[in-house]
Write a protein that binds this ligand. Structure first.
Ligand SMILES: Cc1ncc(COP(=O)(O)O)c(C=O)c1O
Length: 392
């Protein structure tokens, strides 16, 4: 039975603006990739100061096309964080290459470890995918340095891809947006993201060749676009590569344009809620809240609010108690190599990824979204306090 939550994990800040935007698309009687997609791409390009933006049907599509555009092929290895959504590694397998899992820095800083990347790079490494967990920047300067050294050592390009599904609107420095630091940034507009459209994503880059390949492959590598067909009657086309249908819809773009107007305000509100959670939770010294100095590198996007309990049993006990009280939680994440499919293919990797596995056992994600009130946050913390007193 569908559960009725009192406090949701994530929610949509949708109003008349989104309704109007979608109605305009319906009135236009053309639903797939066209002028709204172009407008959104333009808008992101100007806002983020990045040359090329390719809107796509999902974040997974963006990661897949990023690897295809880098020329990723069966003999290659791609270093990925073990602590991420499964899509981060699946796309490597779509290219029939090998994902190589890296541990996180620490329980306090659960982003991919630069030292682990250094250890895992070989002459077969085609790319490194980093993921700005919870909207907090990875250690990009260190990672870029390590990649540069490896490029010199192996005399080949190693691509740096930022899985920025958690990080839209976050900044690394005053001028540099998360997702615009490496060679390619990949974003998701899935329902629970900071810029949600249901499904959707985008790839951003300053490299015109990468953008050209991504644009080509997003629509079956046809030599003419859907707009050229629909508006100008161009019917003949050729197929010059193995492409996909990764086209976004005009409805997605209309929602994305509306949501983009609210992104900055909503991310700031997420920051406020995060600070309030931290203030209330400081009375629980046995809880560990990652990223103790939230603004250490730039301005995070504050996508989720993860908390670590002393052990797995306590984390699960608190989760079950919160669920009974109608408070929805989540888990970010089970280590990717721990999933049955990955274990069967690559064996048990828990010994090689001790921090990721410990983090995963102890982690619980609390509600965080633009419609959450400070009273809601206080209620979540109060319920955690009750749960902890019962598990003692
Ligand atoms: C870290 C991460 N990477 C990739 C993805 C894939 O994005 P999408 O669901 O839009 O395909 C997600 C989305 O859930 C994600 O959280």
């Amino acid at each position: 039975m569908k559960k009725k939550w009192n406090i949701l994990l994530s929610d949509l800040d949708y109003d008349e603006d989104e309704l109007k935007a979608v109605n305009q698309v319906l009135d236009s009687r053309w639903l797939t990739m066209s002028e709204r997609v172009e407008e959104f791409e333009q808008r992101i390009s100007t806002t983020f100061g990045i040359n090329e933006v390719v809107m796509l049907s999902s974040g997974t599509a963006a990661l897949h096309l990023a690897l295809r555009a880098c020329g990723c092929s069966p003999h290659d290895e791609v270093i990925v964080p073990a602590l991420s959504f499964v899509a981060t590694a699946n796309v490597v397998l779509y290219c029939r290459a090998t994902p190589v899992f890296a541990d996180i820095c620490s329980l306090q800083e659960p982003t991919i470890s630069p030292q682990a990347i250094q250890r895992l790079i070989t002459e077969r490494t085609r790319a490194v995918i980093v993921m700005h967990y919870a909207g907090f920047s990875c250690q990009m300067a260190e990672i870029i340095d390590i990649i540069k050294h490896a490029e010199q050592k192996y005399s080949r390009k190693i691509w740096l891809i930022e899985d920025s599904a958690h990080a839209i609107g976050g900044k690394y420095t005053d001028e540099q947006w998360l997702g615009c630091i490496g060679d390619i940034g990949c974003f998701s507009f899935f329902s629970n993201k900071n810029l949600p459209t249901g499904e959707g994503g985008m790839l951003v880059t300053n490299n015109p060749e990468i953008a050209h390949t991504a644009r080509l492959l997003r629509s079956h590598a046809l030599t003419r676009s859907t707009i050229q067909h629909h508006y100008y009657g161009q019917t003949d086309y050729d197929v010059i590569e193995l492409g996909y249908n990764y086209r976004p819809t005009e409805i997605t773009a209309a929602l994305a344009l509306s949501q983009l107007k609210k992104l900055n305000h909503n991310n700031q509100y997420r920051a406020e809620l995060t600070a309030y959670y931290r203030q209330l939770l400081q009375h629980h010294p046995d809880l560990l809240i990652p990223f103790p100095q939230p603004n250490k590198t730039g301005t995070p996007a504050f996508h989720i609010f993860p908390v670590l309990f002393p052990d797995e049993k306590t984390a699960k006990g608190v989760r079950d108690f919160l669920h009974k009280q109608g408070i929805q939680t989540s888990h970010h994440y089970r280590p990717i190599p721990d999933f049955t499919y990955y274990r069967k293919r690559f064996g048990d990797q828990s010994q090689d990824l001790p921090i990721t596995y410990e983090y995963s056992r102890r982690e619980l994600t609390l509600p965080l979204h633009p419609l959450l009130s400070k009273e809601d946050v206080a209620c979540v913390v109060q319920t955690i306090t009750e749960a902890l007193s019962k598990t003692k």
